[in-house]
Design a protein around this ligand. Structure first.
Ligand code: HEC
Ligand code: HEC
Length: 195
């Protein structure tokens, strides 16, 4: 048997193995090990806290976000699709496995929030981010209790195209600076509790 034939056979076995395993490869990348993630989170807690409550105003709360959202953002920082001087460096050092594990760890907390009583919830946002800023769809992040500065920065990044999202870019394109400010203040006033 020549080398080429062996290579073809091995490739076939590998593909067959992944398929026959009922998608284990998929699970390995999407369903992380939260305990292993807790050890990785030692690198994250100065900025995001041990339970995912931010310790510095420029960092977001990540405790209780969906694992799929957390993993997608870490992958985006690693690939350069999303850029930040701190997170781009952090994410470059993480393997797929570590991303899945640390995402599982922070997703293991539960985030709840109360909607700010003073103002009505912004109708353009609640279908995905909830009245209280706790996301109602798994692909969307929680906005409750983020600093107004963080929310303002992200909305402007979507508007300028610095941060890309098929969903959020068209939403942000409709917003002027004053609207962004008001939305950022609304969601930052929602009191977040992470357990
Ligand atoms: C030195 C501070 C710092 C460290 C350490 C750090 N982060 Fe971050 N993280 C940030 C900042 C700042 C942002 C906001 C980036 C931006 O403005 O786009 C961020 C954003 C994120 C986001 C995006 C959240 C969202 O709501 O979109 C995730 C997920 C994240 N970090 C996970 C982690 C993980 C996991 C670790 C550890 C492996 C980590 N970070 C370590 C500062 C840090
Ligand atoms: C159809 C669903 C949908 C609607 C409506 C929507 N969003 Fe989003 N939003 C998303 C998704 C999905 C993301 C994650 C984008 C990504 O993958 O980077 C997001 C991300 C964000 C972020 C980034 C948060 C973070 O942690 O980094 C902000 C801020 C935000 N949205 C604010 C708003 C505001 C304010 C409105 C209303 C004007 C709104 N969104 C309407 C789905 C939505």
């Amino acid at each position: 048997m020549n080398a080429r034939r062996v290579a073809v056979l091995l490739a076939g076995l590998w593909v067959g193995g992944v398929w026959a395993g009922g998608g284990w490869a998929d699970e390995a990348t999407t369903r992380g090990d939260a305990a292993a993630g807790g050890r990785i989170a030692v690198q994250c807690r100065t900025c995001h806290g041990a339970n995912g409550v931010a310790q510095i105003p420029v960092a977001p709360n990540i405790g209780g976000e969906s694992a799929s959202y957390l993993a997608s953002q870490l992958a985006a920082f690693r690939s350069g699709a999303r850029e930040n001087e701190m997170m781009s460096v952090v994410a470059k050092g993480l393997s797929d496995r570590q991303i899945a594990d640390v995402a599982a760890y922070y997703a293991g907390f539960t985030a709840t929030a109360e909607a700010p009583a003073a103002q009505p919830a912004p109708p353009a946002c609640v279908a995905c981010h909830g009245e209280n800023g706790i996301a109602v769809i798994p692909d969307a992040p929680n906005l409750a209790g983020e600093t107004a500065m963080y929310l303002d920065t992200q909305l402007k990044a979507f508007r300028s195209g610095k941060r890309t999202s098929a969903v959020m870019q068209p939403v942000a394109a409709e917003l002027d600076d004053a609207a962004i400010r008001a939305l950022a203040e609304y969601f930052s006033a929602a009191r977040l509790v992470v357990r």
